[in-house]
Design a protein. Sequence first.
Length: 67
Amino acid sequence: MKYCKQCGVLYTTDVCPKCGVVTPEQQEQKTVAEPKTVRRQWIALVIAIPAAILLITGILHLLQIIK
């Protein structure tokens, strides 16, 4: 629950029902990510997901060989 600093009311909506004010820290600030950062994150995902699959497959294969 959110707490209005102006009137002291607890509320669950985006705007205080008593005074109708949205405080700046409660407003969503949408920022656009830099293209370089987005590209780096996609490359990390493209490498990390197949690597994790290969790791799990390799562990399972080793377990089958041991048994």
